[in-house]
Ligand binder design. Sequence first.
Ligand code: SF4
Length: 361
Amino acid sequence: MGIQFKPRSLASFQRRLLGWFRKHSRDLPWRASRDPYRVWVAEIMLQQTRIAAVMPYYERFLQHFPDVRSLADAREEKVLQLWSGLGYYSRARNLHRATKEVVARHGGDFPGTLEETLALPGIGSYTAAAVLSIAKDVPLSVLDGNVARVLARLCAIRGDLRAPRRWRQLQKIAEKLLAQKAPGDWNQALMELGETICTPQTPRCEVCPVSRWCRAYSLGLTREIPAPRKRRAPVKIRVAAAILRDPQGRTILVRDPGAHDDVLFSRMWQFPAVEVARDPAAELAAHLEKILNINAGGLELKALPAARHGVTFRNITLLPFVAQVSRLPRRPRTRVLSIRDLSDLPVSSATKKIAAALSQP
Ligand code: SF4
């Protein structure tokens, strides 16, 4: 079932939502300018991350890299360091690579067409439509989870919204409803409505500017739409990590091809770590012997408080251990540094949690 608006009704629906957005939209830092680069960075940071979490990172990132060229010229290590804690580091790596392409192929200007934009690393159809519509008024509609929920309620579409057929149906509806003359504001208005009023659990229909057009509201179906998503059963994983300390208070970090390097440590500097089953200390010692050539028998690994870490469907328990060593090994792809200087390096939040266990009672 699609939304059936007659032209006049569609125009008044658009006027109403745009008017509401222009009056009530939140004052977010990325809305201060239509510079494509600033919009782009915001859209990438906001993928799978809450607005409140993004804000401080966004400001700091733009202070260091105020434009495409400054980011393109930066070292990857610096980019990852400023992203550190925001998670999903492939976003930062792709953004960095994409700015280099924008400089090399487009003279530093963000491309103006969908095709060229989609050719950049890390940019899918949602991000391309968002940046092009907001920064360049290209009439493209966006569809993400928020917008899909709003549209599904407006049109009383039941079932799993992510099912391919339904998603395509929602895309068509989004295209039909798009306010061609103000695509950027329109897309942001739908997102804003989904984030602030038409929320997943308790939509505030009584203050919704478009309740008059909403079928789910008139049919009393707002709580049934969208249908809850089927979630993958969580997988429990235990990862033991070693903080080796020398008499100078230094430790060693690795680029470890070991446990869950990608999802947990995002291919950044990390403590040596390995997924464990029965005997974490013994398995970790064997891992240290393998990757650092440390004599496992002579190592006294002391357990520190465990920490929980969730990555998508993985329910990870981090088991940090500390061990005093007389000398830290020197190996390729390792880094020796004072634990206090850890924040100078790009490290994932899992690594920070492991380091924090040192200062816990
Ligand atoms: S009336 Fe309620 S369910 Fe419908 S769009 Fe507004 S907030 Fe969402």
